[in-house]
Design a protein around this ligand. Structure first.
Ligand code: NOJ
Length: 450
């Protein structure tokens, strides 16, 4: 069986600033809402914080050397807004900018393409204090200013930018969540929550324009974790039911960005709680992007159902559905096929990247100090098989970034889940590549599933 990826397929790893950098008070960085949140008792498991984490700020050379050994061609990382603009607006922290320049230069020297995420949830605390964070459109505007700064400071070196990572995790989870609570941990009413969503979408659109204005050759996209619908069986009726479900279940983020308007179904569902918006806002939100990034995590099974008005039903995961160590990660590798296929079919997107895929494992260390994470390899390999299937059918998926390079601060779960292909001892900060690192490195070198 031919398991090769197309020539030029991009292989990379991914991280995010607050999850790996540490050095939260070093060289003039301002606090972010995740500093505040993690230091608030009861918010993060075991009281963990990102104060030190992997201390990548001081170990970045070592991490780049590690990546160079892996031989992957790209690395996705995020910029800490409050490291480069401590108050989120106004004064610029040169030392912060210099750090990211050094980091990017190091990557390029190692022949690794830098892929920059502008916002991976660590909003400057000052914007939360002054404007209520994403409750205000001011935050969206300041976000665009900050993106413009980064594109003009790094635009000569960085070609690929993702405006925002995973809308749901800092809007719904931050401002009204029935489940997971993330920073800032507020509880708005539904209308308020929808306005927060809108401001985040607007921030994305404004940022696309700001980055293009500041760096004309930049490629701009975003990294989203849609609910990925899988047809329960691969027959035409279930496939088209799941396609429709995919569009509708992601109506409030992915569909809105790619269509430049709120789908009717969303506006109807929200009724009087729908967000306030202008035509101009929607034009901005729908600004054309160069690529769409998908973080592969959330799956749901769809069955065609003529009894319903929409023509489909969602099947809940049975209790015994297979899961990984972080129980919310269910094993549904088909998402790596259906997400790009539906995105290409529904919206004609012709540059799709998997901007995250990976899982948490227990990662036991053996007597020789090795971590033979065959469970992670199993998980990644099965996703890659499905991704390869997509590319073999001509679906325009151009690259794969593994989450994550390093074990790191897993948000409200603190350090209780390890997602890295490189193990980090959080006491000594020693990095040890796991077996999955070797696996990915060999896959990338061969450009096929092994
Ligand atoms: C997606 C997020 O972007 C990342 O920050 C997080 O660590 C992983 N999911 C795993 O939960």
């Amino acid at each position: 069986m031919n398991r090769s990826f197309p020539e030029g397929f991009l292989w990379g790893t991914a991280t995010a600033s607050y999850q790996v950098e540490g050095a939260v008070k070093q060289d003039g960085r301002g606090p972010s809402i995740w500093d505040t949140f993690s230091h608030t008792p009861g918010r993060v498991k075991l009281g963990h914080t990102g104060d030190i984490s992997c201390d990548q700020y001081n170990h970045y050379r070592e991490d780049i050397a590690l990546m160079k050994k892996l031989g992957l061609g790209a690395h996705r990382f995020s910029i800490s807004w409050s490291r480069v603009m401590p108050a989120g607006r106004g004064t610029i922290n040169r030392k912060g900018i210099d750090y990211y320049r050094r980091f990017v230069e190091g990557l390029l020297e190692a022949e690794i393409q830098p892929w920059v995420t502008l916002f991976h949830w660590d909003l400057p605390q000052a914007l939360q204090d002054d404007f209520g964070g994403w409750r205000s459109r001011e935050t969206s505007r300041y976000f665009a200013d900050y993106c413009s700064l980064i594109a003009s400071e790094l635009g000569d070196l960085v070609k690929n930018y993702m405006t925002i990572n995973e809308f749901v995790c800092f809007t719904d989870a931050g401002y009204r969540s029935p489940g997971q609570v993330f920073a800032p941990g507020e509880m708005l009413d539904i209308k308020g929550r929808n306005q927060v969503r809108h401001n985040a979408l607007l921030a994305h659109g404004l940022a696309v324009q700001a980055i293009r204005d500041a760096a004309s050759s930049a490629k701009v996209g975003f990294a989203e974790n849609p609910t990925i619908c899988i047809p329960v069986m691969e027959t035409e009726e279930h496939i088209s039911a799941a396609r429709r479900a995919f569009r509708e279940k992601n109506a409030h983020f992915l569909t809105t960005v790619l269509e430049g308007s709120y789908p009717e179904i969303y506006l109807e569902e929200q009724g009087k709680d729908a967000p306030d918006f202008t035509d101009e806002d929607m034009k901005t939100i729908g600004s054309p992007v160069d690529f769409v990034g998908i973080n592969l995590y959330l799956a749901c099974h769809i069955i065609a159902d003529p009894e319903t008005e929409c023509g489909y039903s969602t099947i809940e995961h049975p209790h015994s559905y297979p899961r990984m160590h972080a129980p919310w990660i269910k094993v549904s590798p088909e998402i790596a096929y259906w997400a790009p296929r539906y995105i290409a079919e529904l919206w004609g997107v012709n540059n799709i990247y998997i901007t995250e895929n990976g899982c948490a494992c227990l990662d036991e260390i053996d007597a020789q100090g090795r971590i033979s994470d065959t469970d992670r390899i199993f998980y990644i390999r099965n996703h890659l098989l499905q991704a390869q299937r997509a590319t073999a059918e001509g679906i325009p998926m151009k690259g794969y970034f593994c989450w994550s390079l390093l074990d790191n601060f897993e948000w409200a779960d603190g350090y209780t889940y390890r997602f890295g292909i490189v193990h980090v001892d959080f006491k000594t900060l020693k990095r040890t590549p796991k077996l999955s690192a070797e696996f990915l490195s060999r896959v990338a070198a061969a450009n096929r599933v092994l």
